[in-house]
Design a protein around this ligand. Structure first.
Ligand SMILES: Cc1ncc(C[n+]2csc(CCOP(=O)(O)OP(=O)(O)O)c2C)c(N)n1
Ligand code: SF4
Length: 289
């Protein structure tokens, strides 16, 4: 596995993250996860947004597409629709995914696009040097809130479950082995999978690592990820930060939904509009000219 995992990392380009940043752990676990599944780098695309988190796609020896801030999900939806054969991973910070790009999340869930989103949550806008973000707790002093932030932090897991994302998991960037296993499971899941990775920024600290670490706990052994109410209960538990696969269901993925739609449209077209003749795009266009 070591050899396979090494080949996923670019040799000509070293990460420029701050020393001690949890994103190094995430990068390592992504390599491990790809190695566990045994997908070849050339069968994998990593699409990222803008931010320290977005840099992750540069460091892998896979296909990589560094998009624009907040738009990684729609870009990846296009990639997956055009090339369903490629494993498609999306990486974004909580600013990217829940702030500027927050409107794309429910729609990726509704479509159940077969993507894996790694949501790297450091509770701040790291790349732009520490402004408050959608998960900055109320009252925290940041560059944009010198007297304390005025807003509540978003509660990420309940939002993902309410959107009915078909695979929802949480881990922390210090838990490398667990993270690799969860990312591998998320990639194998047919449908939209989101791994919420807690990784407080060490250079612009908003939430302390100790506060997170002390609350981390494996999910209860009897947790049933198919039970949405049980998943919501875990998601709303604040005294303990449970890690693992919190919610997992099966539902049709976007490509099968489109296939079904195409079949129905063709059937409808050949039966009604073309008078039994073979469907033709030219004839269809002529109707509107
Ligand atoms: C349209 C647009 N608006 C703002 C920016 C500036 N910008 C770059 S990264 C970033 C925030 C990054 O925060 P997050 O997504 O949480 O990632 P992190 O750097 O913390 O990993 C912002 C606001 C931008 N690049 N593009
Ligand atoms: S600013 Fe924060 S998130 Fe960005 S590389 Fe440095 S420690 Fe990591």
């Amino acid at each position: 596995m070591t050899t396979a995992s090494q080949s996923y990392r670019r040799k000509d380009f070293d990460p420029v993250w701050c020393p001690g940043c949890g994103y190094y752990g995430v990068l390592h676990s992504v390599e491990e996860a790809l190695g566990i599944i045994g997908i070849l780098p050339e069968q994998t695309v990593v699409v990222s947004g803008i931010g320290c988190s977005g840099r992750l796609s540069h460091y892998l020896n896979t296909y990589s597409l560094h998009g624009t801030h907040g738009r990684a999900l729609p870009i990846a939806t296009g990639v997956k629709t055009a090339r369903p054969d490629l494993t498609t991973i999306v990486v974004g910070g909580e600013g990217d995914v829940l702030g500027i790009g927050g409107g794309h999340l429910p729609h990726a869930a509704r479509k159940n696009v077969d993507l894996t989103l790694l949501l790297l949550d450091n509770n701040t806008y790291g790349m732009t040097k520490g402004q408050s973000s959608p998960t900055t707790p109320w009252g925290c002093v940041t560059k944009t809130s010198p007297y304390g932030s005025a807003e509540d932090a978003l509660d990420v897991l309940p939002i993902l479950i309410a959107y009915d994302v078909s695979f929802v998991a949480r881990t922390a960037s210090t838990r490398r082995e667990e993270m690799a296993g969860i990312i591998a499971e998320a990639i194998k899941h047919p449908g939209f999978s989101v791994v919420h990775i807690l990784s407080p920024c060490v250079t612009f600290p908003v939430v302390g690592w100790k506060d997170v670490r002390d609350k981390l706990h494996d999910l209860p052994m009897d947790h049933n990820p198919r039970d949405k109410r049980a998943a919501m209960e875990i998601a709303y538990t604040n005294s303990t930060i449970y890690t693992g696969v919190v919610y997992c269901i099966e539902k049709p993925i976007l490509s099968s939904r489109l296939e079904h739609l195409n079949e129905s449209a063709l059937k409808h077209y050949s039966a009604g509009f073309s008078g039994g003749r073979k469907p033709s795009i030219t004839r269809l266009m002529e109707r509107y000219m």
